[in-house]
Write a new protein. Structure first.
Length: 219
């Protein structure tokens, strides 16, 4: 099955470069490009791509607001944020807005394609060490989690809280299952229940929430 991608960036060289790299992959097709967030929202509605590669700093509407609008319109939308450096506060805000992960713009063709595949499959791109550093750095100074959201932590069972902490540490379902010595299917069930109880859309938001709720200590 071909993964349909929309590339959003105000720099034509970036758009064309990523388009060439991704179209060279047998399982990926670039179905459109947008030069700013406002156009991206329109293109997503018209084209229904599987993954949106989203730049952050753009005119008219930035990538954070565009991500928020896209996710609000379609809870299943998958946005992969592009940035020029890893410890970027705007990327952190985009993750909170609903992005499924991020990639550096100097990523190799293999890393770019793999990132698209991971996000398209429904997983969050949490594996890179820089993602954990990013969340850790900005969770230190993040605005407080709203009391109602924080109160929902009490709805989690002891095992679900344990799984949430391991998600925040960047472990995959398989790694969590191995760590807790249970079946991977059991972990998938725990993850689904955690997301429902906390009102979160994916593992990335779960990781951000865990740091902001101080379930995991930054650093």
């Amino acid at each position: 099955m071909t993964i349909r991608v929309l590339i959003v960036d105000d720099q034509i060289m970036v758009r064309e470069g990523f388009s060439v790299l991704l179209n060279a992959m047998p399982d990926i097709e670039v179905v459109g490009e947008a030069v700013n967030g406002r156009e991206a929202v329109r293109q997503v509605e018209a084209l229904r791509p599987d993954v949106v590669l989203m730049d952050i700093r753009m005119p008219e509407m930035n990538g954070i607001d565009a991500t928020r609008a896209i996710v609000a319109a379609d809870g299943d939308a998958k946005v992969l944020v592009l940035t020029t450096f890893d410890l970027d506060e705007y990327v952190y805000q985009a993750l909170r807005a609903g992005a499924s992960g991020f990639l550096l713009k100097d990523a190799s063709a293999r890393q770019l394609a793999e990132g698209v595949r991971v996000v398209a499959s429904g997983e969050a791109l949490l594996a890179p060490t820089v993602t954990k550093r990013l969340i850790t750095e900005f969770a230190k100074t993040a605005e407080a989690v709203r009391p109602p959201a924080l109160a929902r932590v009490g709805d989690l069972t002891e095992r679900e809280t344990e799984v949430l902490v391991l998600i925040a540490q960047g472990l995959s379902n398989g790694e969590i299952a191995s760590h807790l010595v249970v079946a991977e299917s059991t972990i998938k069930t725990h993850v689904s229940r955690i997301l429902v109880k906390l009102g979160l859309r994916d593992r990335t938001q779960a990781a951000v929430f865990a740091y902001e709720a101080r379930l995991v200590t930054p650093g």
